[in-house]
Design a protein around this ligand. Structure first.
Ligand SMILES: [Zn+2]
Length: 324
């Protein structure tokens, strides 16, 4: 079974320490987040994760996109849509993905660009790679204030325009060596999203990608799980540790996807024991079959103390060893 993370990892920006980095700081070219990406990568690999992330260290999942995408702005801690949303002629995340891939490759030869994670609908358990993560079009628009160009009546139009912009970013990330593209759509479980528009947008955002696509939807998915199974993605990733009733839907659904099986609660600092995690994984395996599961934490780990985040990942990979 492959292990992965949802995305964010607690890894703060670094002060320049070496002489070289102090000189770059003086020249204005020091990047305090480069070492943060490297640290997040080292930690994830040390904990035994197969498909790692960059740690999403540059800001929260809304901010990192809204401050760059044409038509959007990040002002005073709020995401705003002020003009027509258009694709960018540069990538937001490709450089960090390359830093992550390079760092991973130094530690282990097994990390490859565009690793074939899924072949003929089956998970290839021997691969290791880096996941490219993009906040989904519906979640980004519903988290933003519409100021002027789009009104509440054409909110769906903003979601579709954003889907085209994010499709370009997904292709940049694929080109940079991502093994999987993941769209984060937590708003789909809130009841606020229009599911048909969200599906249409994800279809646009995935168009032309050759690598597998995952969609992460945290929260209670019991009301929408059947609909999530219709999205044009290979993996649907949900939380099963923090929200145990999500297990019920696995029992009664016609499973057409690989399930990203969140098995440690990221909302609590309490570290689950490998025994506890194993028990949840065993339940999941009974419901969907181990061959249909990728395992990860419930959600991003940014808000957890560094040691807690690491120990949760470590216990998760430990629990997995007992499953076979
Ligand atoms: Zn989440």
């Amino acid at each position: 079974m492959l292990t992965t993370v949802v995305g964010s990892y607690p890894s703060p920006p670094q002060e320049p320490a070496s002489l070289g980095s102090k000189i770059s700081a003086l020249l204005g070219s020091f990047d305090p987040y480069k070492q943060a990406v490297e640290f997040a990568v080292q930690e994830q690999i040390a904990a035994g994760i197969d498909i790692i992330s960059t740690g999403q260290v540059r800001g929260d999942m809304i901010e990192i996109f809204s401050r760059d995408i044409t038509g959007m702005a990040w002002e005073e801690g709020t995401s705003k849509i002020k003009g027509k949303i258009l694709p960018l002629n540069y990538s937001i995340g490709a450089e960090d993905l390359q830093i992550a891939l390079k760092t991973a490759h130094k530690i282990s030869d097994n990390f490859h660009a565009s690793a074939g994670v899924i072949a003929n609908g089956k998970i290839n358990e021997d691969v290791k790679g880096v996941k490219g993560i993009i906040t989904g079009p519906t979640t980004l628009v519903l988290s933003s204030r519409l100021e002027g160009f789009y009104t509440m009546d054409d909110r769906d139009k903003a979601i579709i325009d954003l889907a085209y912009a994010l499709n370009k970013e997904a292709k940049y990330l694929e080109g940079a060596g991502a093994a999987i593209i993941q769209f984060d759509e937590p708003f789909l479980s809130t009841g606020m999203a229009d599911i048909p528009t969200a599906l249409k947008a994800i279809k646009i955002a995935c168009d032309g990608l050759k690598i597998p696509v995952a969609m992460h939807v945290c929260g209670d998915v019991t009301q929408i799980f059947g609909k999530l199974m219709k999205f044009p993605v290979d993996i649907v990733d949900c939380e099963f540790a923090g929200i145990k009733r999500n297990l019920e839907v696995l029992e009664n659904s016609d499973l057409k996807k690989i399930i990203g099986f969140g098995c440690v609660d990221t909302k609590t600092e309490n570290v689950e024991t490998p025994e506890e995690i194993h028990e949840l994984l065993r339940k999941g395996a009974e419901l969907v079959g181990v061959e249909n599961m990728m395992i990860d934490p419930d959600c991003g780990m940014r808000m957890l103390p560094e040691k807690v985040a690491y120990q949760k990942l470590k216990n998760m990979t430990e629990a997995l060893k007992w499953l076979s």
